[in-house]
Ligand binder design. Structure first.
Ligand code: URA
Length: 244
């Protein structure tokens, strides 16, 4: 059993603020196991008790797991005083306190971004030790070839002397200036700096996968949805076993 104050449960689930929870309870809008409660500071077990607001039962979720197709021009931060963040793009039903992006994508980078309020889950996916590889498609100012593939596989040294872990580089077969990159670290501007180290400039970057989880084409830029339990399980498994 995990007892929590009713107002905390309602605010934590994004139903309303704690103050509003108190007001709603006083109005008789909240029931616990079918009984109207008049005070929101009473303790409930959100896993067991049936809590309803205005007759609508609350589907309690301890944590939220969201996949987003990040569009260009928004920052992947929880809040920013000046710029639009990925959290601003969430629909009201997925907004709640404590959410944050799992790792960062640059403002101009697009593609797969996970958002959660589960710190342990995020840590597992971002820690280089867990070896969960992130896959990016990079558009470059000039094609890459065998020399660059070898340099990525051996571990790129960034301009500040940092040695990166071995990374996968797969140039597009038609000799276009596009390549797929796989890295298990998340250093600041890492992919861009890795290409700079081999004399290329990234002109477009899109993340397509985290571990074995691939961003589906159906999710439009800025679109998001909750992960299924199976998808969460797969991602946790990737973090447990490492994945290449
Ligand atoms: N590497 C980068 O350079 N930018 C990103 O957004 C992600 C990885």
């Amino acid at each position: 059993m995990a007892w929590m104050r009713l107002d905390r449960v309602l605010s934590g689930q994004g139903v309303c603020s704690r103050r509003e929870a108190g007001a709603m309870a006083r109005k008789g809008a909240v029931t616990v196991n079918g009984r109207t409660v008049r005070s929101a500071d009473q303790k409930v077990d959100p896993q067991e008790d049936v809590i309803a607001v205005n007759g609508r039962p609350l589907l309690y979720k301890e944590y939220l797991y969201i996949v987003m197709n990040k569009p260009q021009g928004v920052v992947s931060a929880s809040r920013d005083p000046r710029q639009k963040t990925v959290l601003d793009l969430l629909p009201a039903r997925l907004k709640r306190r404590g959410l944050f992006p799992v790792g960062r994508l640059d403002k101009d980078t697009t593609g797969l971004l996970l958002i959660t309020d589960d710190g342990d889950f995020a840590h597992r996916l971002t820690s280089p030790k867990k070896e969960v590889y992130k896959t990016y498609v990079a558009d470059l100012d000039a094609p890459v070839g065998e020399k660059e593939v070898l340099a990525f596989a051996q571990g790129i040294v960034l301009e500040d002397g940092t040695l990166c872990r071995p990374a996968g580089l797969l140039p597009e077969a038609d000799a276009s200036a596009r390549a797929t990159v796989r890295i298990c670290e998340g250093r600041y501007h890492q992919v861009k700096r890795m290409f700079e180290a081999v004399g290329r400039r990234v002109v477009g970057l899109h993340r397509t996968a985290i571990g074995n989880f691939v961003l589906e084409n159906e999710l439009a830029p800025g679109g998001c949805r909750e992960l299924t339990e199976e998808e969460c399980r797969l991602l946790r498994k990737n973090a447990q076993e490492g994945q290449m």
